[in-house]
Design a protein around this ligand. Structure first.
Ligand code: ASP
Length: 429
């Protein structure tokens, strides 16, 4: 089954309608009928859709990674693909954050806005998030713990909390054990293959019947609550993030697809658009995973063994869009505080943001938690996040779209390189 043009168009129309309807109702957001419509129509259909795709994340990721490993067949080759994936992910994230900081340093979003630091949102954020809140806890987790946490002690808990890296680790172990079992595990391989067809059928059905209406609901409710007043005040920050996201998407992914994967970028975007649309509406790389896997495998013809390994990994460790927001936000907050970041501090921002993105779940708003880590590392006050939190939902939608596109871009490159290598060795033989 292919995610066809008709569905792509439906999703795009749904997104546009959601933006229009949500924006029109937003100024009336405190009226009771708007709240009713928002809660019982937009939010209801949106959350139903979100739950449906979230429901599929663990089975899809687990089953498809096991199969991916079995299909690659050679653990050494898997290691090669893993290392290459990691290198691409780290490099693109570092480029992303560098672009963001250059854009922010040229456009100076924080200039003349220092009064924002005294706003109530800053003290509220300090009290609710940093002093005892989840952000405070996350900040205390060291790098060693992040590495230790790669291996689950309890796989049921890992699945229950949707801890993607732990699920990936467990699935790799199972996959390797199936390979080691050879004929003895043939039935298990067949079982995983059948299970894969079943879960993918469900994903496709959810896409076909619910994606457009669900995306509409999620986008409409986000825009009803968008707080457009805050956007006006933070307009330059908003523009900087969007501009840097666009530059990264068009230039970096564009060049990688055209010149390294040697495919047309227009073809790539056109075929991956349904997943991008769902990423925009859900603001969650994890939630969109079943759909981005399906779209990449069916529309971009990325082989299952590569897609099902590279993309779930990317959904947690590769967040270029998030890194872009963090780069712009750091420069913005430094400017508000009247601090000129030194080159060394900027390099620190790049390194911390790249490291911080590993092991952080692809769920809405998590980028801000990581931002607290980045700000603390260069001596800025993380409570300043309170200023941007109000408009973050809208930026989250856009950056998640970039995050997910980045994962598919790298999956495509690895796929094409693998294909070329196999063709070359066939020609030699
Ligand atoms: N929502 C983003 C994602 O899931 C993460 C973030 O930037 O908050 O990819």
């Amino acid at each position: 089954m292919k995610v066809g043009n008709k569905l792509t168009i439906q999703i795009i129309i749904a997104l546009i309608l959601g933006i229009i309807v949500g924006s029109v109702l937003s100024p009336m957001a405190d009226q009771s009928w708007v709240q009713w419509v928002d809660q019982y129509i937009f939010n209801l259909v949106g959350q139903l859709f979100l739950n449906m795709i979230f429901m599929m994340v663990v089975p899809v990721v687990f089953i498809s990674i096991v199969l991916g490993v079995v299909n690659v067949g050679d653990p050494k080759m898997l290691g090669g693909i893993g290392l290459k994936t990691l290198a691409f992910y780290l490099a693109t994230t570092a480029i992303a954050i560098t672009i963001a900081m250059i854009v922010a340093n040229i456009l100076n979003p924080g200039e003349g806005q220092s009064q924002l630091l005294d706003s109530q949102e800053v003290s509220e954020y300090r009290e609710s998030e940093l002093e005892g809140g989840s952000t405070g806890e996350a900040l205390q987790q060291g790098f060693d713990q992040t590495v230790i946490n790669l291996i689950p002690t309890n796989i049921i808990e890992a699945m229950g909390t949707q801890n993607m890296l732990q699920i990936i680790a467990f699935a790799i172990f199972i996959g390797i054990a199936i390979i080691a079992g050879k004929e003895k595990s043939a039935r298990l391989t067949a079982l995983f293959e059948e299970a894969n067809d079943v879960v993918m059928w469900i994903v496709m059905a959810i896409m076909k019947y619910f994606a457009a209406i669900g995306a509409f609901g999620l986008v409409a409710t986000a825009f009803v609550q968008a707080g457009f007043g805050a956007i006006q005040q933070l307009g330059m920050y908003f523009i900087c993030v969007l501009l840097a996201l666009f530059i990264h998407l068009a230039l970096v992914y564009g060049s990688v697809v055209q010149f390294i994967a040697k495919k047309s970028f227009i073809w790539f975007i056109k075929n991956f658009a349904p997943a991008m649309g769902v990423a925009f509406s859900t603001s969650s790389s994890s939630a969109v995973l079943p759909i981005s896997l399906e779209t990449a495998q069916d529309n971009l013809k990325i082989r299952k063994s590569i897609s099902s390994f590279v993309q779930p990994l990317g959904a947690t460790i590769n967040m270029d869009g998030t890194a872009i927001m963090q780069g712009v936000a750091t420069v913005f907050i430094a400017q508000l505080s009247g601090i000129d970041l030194t080159l060394m501090q900027m390099v620190t921002v790049v390194i911390i943001a790249v490291v911080a993105s590993i092991g952080t779940a692809g769920v809405p708003g998590v980028g801000l938690v990581m931002l607290a880590m980045v700000l603390t590392a260069v001596g800025l006050d993380p409570a300043a996040i309170g200023i941007i939190i109000g408009i973050d939902r809208l930026l989250d939608m856009t950056r998640t779209m970039v995050n997910v596109t980045g994962d598919a871009t790298i999956a495509l490159v690895i796929n094409e390189q693998q294909t070329r290598r196999e063709e070359a060795s066939k020609a030699e033989a």
